[in-house]
Design a protein around this ligand. Sequence first.
Ligand SMILES: CC(C)(COP(=O)(O)OP(=O)(O)OC[C@H]1O[C@@H](n2cnc3c(N)ncnc32)[C@H](O)[C@@H]1OP(=O)(O)O)[C@@H](O)C(=O)NCCC(=O)NCCS
Length: 161
Amino acid sequence: MIELKNFTELTADERTMVLEWRNHESVRNHMYTTEFITLEKHNTFIDSLNHCNDKIYFVVIKNSAPIGVVDLVDITDTSAFLGLYANPFSDRKGIGRIILRALIRYAYETLHLTALHLECFEENDKAKALYQKFDFIETKRTSKNNKPILCMELHREHRNA
Ligand SMILES: CC(C)(COP(=O)(O)OP(=O)(O)OC[C@H]1O[C@@H](n2cnc3c(N)ncnc32)[C@H](O)[C@@H]1OP(=O)(O)O)[C@@H](O)C(=O)NCCC(=O)NCCS
C-alpha cells in the first residue's frame, strides 16, 4: 500500500531522515540547490509549507517503509512542476517508478490538474529514462548552473499511469 505523508505532518525523526536523504551527494548533485542544508534551514522550510498554497511536499511510504520524496511547486488550478528523489540509502530497484506513479495520480486524481511540467539536468540519465517511461515529452532545452536542462511535460490525457 502506498501513502503520501505531507512534510507538514512529519515527526522530528522523519524530518531528520528526509534531510539526510536531501543532503546525500547522489540527491544533492541533481538539484538546483546543491549546498548542504542545515537542520535549522530544513525545519524553517518545512514550517513555511504550512502557509503555502502553491507547493506541497510528501514522503512516499510503501508498506510502512519510507521510500522517497515527491513534490509539486508552482501549483495553479491546472498545472504544476514536479520534483522527486528516491531514498538514497535503499538499494531497491524501481523506487523511481513507484514514487512518480504516486505523484502523477495525486496530481491528476486529487488536485485535478491537466498538465505536469518538470526540469531535469540533461546529464541525469536515470531521471530522463524514468520520465520517458511515463511518456513525458521534451518541450524545450535551457540551462542552469551552466548545465543543459531538459524541460518536459505530461498532459493528463496522455498519462499511462
Ligand atoms: C531519479 C530517481 C528517482 C530514479 O529512481 P530509481 O529508483 O533509480 O528508478 P529506477 O530504478 O526505476 O530507474 C529508472 C530507470 O532508469 C534506468 N537507468 C538506470 N541507470 C540508467 C542510465 N545510466 N541510463 C539510462 N537509464 C538508466 C533504470 O534501468 C530504470 O529503468 P528500468 O525500470 O527499465 O530498469 C533516482 O535515481 C534519484 O532519486 N535520483 C536522485 C535525485 C534525482 O535525480 N531526482 C530527479 C531530478 S530531475
